[in-house]
Design a protein around this ligand. Structure first.
Ligand code: PRP
Length: 215
């Protein structure tokens, strides 16, 4: 049986596809509703998961390897081996406030400011490190809505192109972390399929270094 690889659906998957095509596979057609697919050309079975869940599939060994954003790895702290920074889906985890807020830096956030986020653990570490007391409000998505409707004073969220922040009248006041896609492995799978996984890591690394475009 070939490797089982969990990948995040959506934008990350679109960025990864040219790389799988350059490896000789990736002829997937419309996979918008698919949850698994066997890529015979690559000898890899892909699990198409929610980005936040990819490290879980890998930690439990349901997938041997996975491709996950560093933001998700920081938030969930799973027992997985990080093998390669793919440099794709580069984005920043930032603190943002409404344009008309008086807050200019995170230090200006008033005591017990409410901060909505999909990253409560990373945000808590960030504010603790800075000695800033905030009330974190965990959310599952569309976090930019929270300050617009008075639920929160600020957000901690990912910005990639900056469009979502701009279109919702939000302004960055601090950077929490940088993120990009990482190739990760289950520690046991990595031992068992050491050569196979390392061959893939080496090939992916040369593709990334040479810069790939879709065929
Ligand atoms: C992510 C993130 C921002 C948006 C940033 O959301 O949480 O909302 O992308 O991208 P941009 O800077 O290119 O506009 P996602 O699309 O994953 O949806 P979600 O908010 O429902 O989680």
């Amino acid at each position: 049986m070939g490797l089982r690889c969990a990948i995040p659906k959506g934008r990350p998957m679109e960025q990864l596809l040219p790389y799988f095509q350059a490896l000789g596979g990736g002829r997937w057609g419309d996979v918008s509703r698919r949850l698994t697919l066997v890529d015979e050309d690559l000898g890899i079975t892909f699990f198409l998961a929610k980005s936040m869940d990819v490290p879980t599939y890998v930690e439990y060994g349901a997938a041997d390897i996975g491709i996950s954003g560093k933001d998700v790895l920081l938030e969930h702290d799973k027992y997985v081996v990080e093998l390669l920074d793919l440099g794709l889906s580069r984005c920043q985890l930032v603190v943002a406030v409404p344009e008309n807020s008086s807050v200019r830096t995170v230090a200006d956030l008033h005591f017990n400011s409410r901060v909505a986020t999909k990253y409560p653990r990373v945000a808590e570490e960030f504010f603790n490190r800075k000695g800033i007391q905030v009330e974190l409000i965990p959310m599952n998505g569309s976090v930019e809505l929270a300050p617009l409707v008075g639920l929160a004073d600020a957000i901690v969220d990912i910005t990639e192109t900056g469009t979502t922040l701009r279109e919702n009248g939000l302004r960055v006041v601090g950077t929490v972390a940088e993120s990009s896609l990482r190739l990760i492995a289950n520690p046991v799978s990595y031992k068992v399929a050491f050569d196979e996984i390392n061959r893939l890591v080496d090939t992916m690394r040369s593709l990334i270094d040479s810069g790939v475009s879709a065929r």
